[in-house]
Design a protein around this ligand. Structure first.
Ligand SMILES: NC(=O)c1ccc[n+]([C@@H]2O[C@H](COP(=O)([O-])OP(=O)(O)OC[C@H]3O[C@@H](n4cnc5c(N)ncnc54)[C@H](OP(=O)(O)O)[C@@H]3O)[C@@H](O)[C@H]2O)c1
Length: 287
């Protein structure tokens, strides 16, 4: 049986670099996917020039129909997925405070999409497979300053309802102009991105619990501050360098590493340490 790896949002940036690394190191078929077919095919052509040959499929993570079509394609052609990297995301780092519409888009792409993916694609992940959610330092619990939500998100018996209510608390607050930006670190700058990534990392633990019986590992990670379009080129290393830890996690890390939050240097951090200094500081974008 042919092994299969899939990376979402992989027409550029870190996702593209992960696809490149998988093509060089993974024994199996590698899917480059993108929401825009033209951008995806251009990315495939770039890899072809390097002598690397990914499979391509359109995949917009906010579009249920697109995910369904991709699911059906994989099911029919390969029967399952061995490695799934949930990388697709957007940030709005030019405006540090976003309108409700912008916040909704950011949260839809960075968080709510994962709920459709877990519903439609997770059942295809084979026993002993690996799922990696690309989160951020914005996804560490220390980005949250509201005592009630710190406690609720830290509960041992956390549910998806807790996480969704956290996200909706934020969105409703922005919509009604009642959101207190001190409830999020760094004066609430890029709050929507932080809330979405905190929710993604929190949900990683629930996903792990759900897939434990099939020995599938699910982790979330922060790739570092990386020179991509998302940061407008600011960062302390390149996308290729940033892809190394994700590649390690899906290809080499011990199978016992499960449900964790991992730093770009492979350190497993305590996600619950809400007083830690791991939260993102927007001042780092001004280099
Ligand atoms: N760069 C950093 O410093 C940094 C730091 C922490 C975390 N991260 C995380 O690392 C991951 C990769 O980021 P990056 O820096 O490589 O960003 P990037 O260069 O902006 O790439 C983001 C990718 O996601 C795709 N995407 C956006 N919305 C999508 C959708 N609805 N469906 C499918 N694909 C979609 C984009 O496609 P289009 O080309 O069509 O827009 C693009 O391919 C993200 O999860 C990001 O949050 C990055």
């Amino acid at each position: 049986m042919e092994r299969v790896a899939v990376v979402t949002g992989s027409n550029k940036g870190i996702g593209f670099a992960i696809v490149k690394g998988l093509l060089q190191r993974f024994q199996g078929v590698v899917y480059l996917t993108s929401r825009d077919e033209g951008r995806g095919k251009d990315a495939v052509a770039k890899l072809n020039q390097l002598g690397l040959y990914p499979q391509y499929h359109q995949l917009d993570v906010t579009d249920r129909l697109s995910i369904t079509k991709f699911r059906d394609h994989i099911k029919q052609k390969h029967g399952g997925i061995d490695i799934l990297v949930n990388n697709a995301a957007v940030a709005n780092s030019t405006a540090l405070y976003n309108s409700y519409e912008e916040c909704k888009t950011i949260v839809d792409i960075n968080y709510f999409s994962i709920l459709t993916i877990q519903e439609l694609l997770f059942p295809l992940v084979r026993d002993n497979g690996r799922i990696l959610n690309i989160s951020s330092d914005c996804g560490h619990l220390s980005n949250v300053r509201n005592k009630y939500w710190i406690e609720r998100l830290s509960k041992k018996d956390l549910t998806l309802e807790d996480i969704n209510e956290f996200v909706n608390w934020f969105l409703d607050g922005v919509k009604n102009n009642t959101f207190n930006y001190d409830d999020i670190a760094d004066d609430g700058k890029i709050a929507a991105y932080r809330v979405a990534k905190v929710a993604l990392s929190a949900n990683t633990r629930l996903q792990q619990k759900a897939l434990e019986g099939r020995n599938i590992s699910v982790n979330s990670m922060h790739p570092g501050l990386v020179q991509t379009d998302m940061t407008r080129g600011v960062g302390f290393y390149s996308a290729d360098q940033a892809a190394e830890t994700p590649l390690y996690l899906v290809l080499e890390a011990p199978a016992t590493l499960k449900g964790e939050y991992i730093w770009y240097d492979r350190r497993v951090l305590d996600w619950y340490d809400h007083k830690a200094d791991y939260y993102f500081k927007t001042i780092n974008l001004k280099q």
